[in-house]
Design a protein around this ligand. Structure first.
Ligand SMILES: [Zn+2]
Length: 162
């Protein structure tokens, strides 16, 4: 059964929608499984239809998923969730009912995509320019791989290759 412990609400700071948890969440808990999303194939996200280039989530070298809940989850350079398996948000820490969840777009993306605006997360370690996993500094890449807090497709690509 698919899990969804979130609702879409307005994020006043970011002036857009965000994804907020509807109950207290414990570290390690699955918050959302978006495996019922729509799969698109393309050689680059810039070939995806409509506004998907900035909203679909990469699940393989040439595949992106569009999902109404996943597309409303915002980025943070210091996120409180990670993407595990291919299509699950998992809590990186305890999250209180009503708090917004954030993930790092580089936990899934590894393409020629670059976020069209500078990051607004406001964290001390904000990277400003958000793009691919391979554009992360090496320390962060190693952390994401070691802790397995990035998409399974990136673990397959960079950790389990041959
Ligand atoms: Zn940031």
């Amino acid at each position: 059964m698919l899990i969804n412990l979130t609702e879409i609400k307005r994020d006043e700071k970011l002036k857009g929608n965000g994804l907020f948890v509807i109950k207290d969440i414990e570290k390690g808990e699955v918050i959302l499984d978006w495996s019922d999303g729509v799969l698109y194939k393309a050689k680059s996200p810039y070939y995806l239809p409509g506004d998907l280039v900035d909203h679909a989530i990469q699940v393989s070298e040439n595949e992106w998923v569009d999902h109404i809940f996943a597309r409303n989850a915002n980025h943070s350079c210091n996120p409180n969730t990670s993407v595990n398996d291919f299509t699950k948000f998992i809590a990186l820490k305890d999250i209180k009912k009503g708090e917004e969840i954030f993930w790092d777009y580089a936990m899934t993306e590894d393409s020629d995509w670059v976020m069209p605006i500078d990051c607004l997360c406001g964290e001390n370690d904000c990277r400003i320019r958000i793009s691919s996993f391979s554009a992360l500094d090496v320390g962060k890449q190693e952390l994401y791989k070691k802790e397995k807090i990035c998409s399974q497709w990136l673990l397959n690509k960079y950790v389990f290759k041959n």
